[in-house]
Design a protein around this ligand. Sequence first.
Ligand code: SAM
Length: 252
Amino acid sequence: MAFRHSHSLGQNFLSDGNLLSAIAADAGLTADDSVVEVGAGMGALTVRLAETGARVFAYEIDARLEEYLRPLERAHANVTVIFGDFMKSELPDIGQYKAVANLPYYITTPVLFRFLDDPRCRSVTVMVQLEVAERMTAPPGGKEYGALSVAAQLAGSVCITRRVGRHMFVPPPNVDSAVVHLEKNDTPVEDDVKRLVRAAFSMRRKTLVNCLTGAGYEKAAVLAALSDMRLDASVRGERLSPAQFAELAARL
Ligand code: SAM
């Protein structure tokens, strides 16, 4: 019987060989790498990742896909398929790794933040909705710029490697997509910077001072830090660059 794709699990599969090879190439894998893939589906991308010689750990939540993924695992000694919810699974003890995936879109943001927050993750190469890709790479000031932009750009250097039309997926989703590659910096982002960024974007239409005081920062200290940084007291969070957020966190 034909496989019935689950919309709620984000099952929009890829089959174009050129695109799959391009995603694996964007990740810059070598045989020395370990790769974590979220959402193996029928294994179309998993095979391309395995062909680089890297050690691949592929997560898949849908047990119906065992009939495709178990044979793939048997055919490739460097592939381990783990059935379960990636967000509820501890990674095996694999040391540093690269994340590569055609993500299930309903959990894009938590998966991205998990990879951004995990110091063992050295790079992230993922298919996401075009709108998310644009948010991750957005410069300060625009409407796409927010907590995800700052988190991604503080974590490393991020770019869109390719735009992918909805017709490339089976079944086609109702949005276009893009592949994003993020090469992480050696030093992880400090917790106080992450907390500040979350607070700064917690209330979109409020000033930065109001967002931060609402989240428990002391108003006088925020005002003094902004003044030292030559920023106006009425500035909004979306005006600050990632570097300015890091500086503000250090001053506070
Ligand atoms: N990699 C395949 C491809 O490119 O054709 C499939 C990608 S499809 C967009 C996303 C896959 O993620 C689906 O197979 C879905 O079942 C799986 N998935 C959804 N939620 C998941 C979760 N929480 N943990 C692991 N896999 C998940």
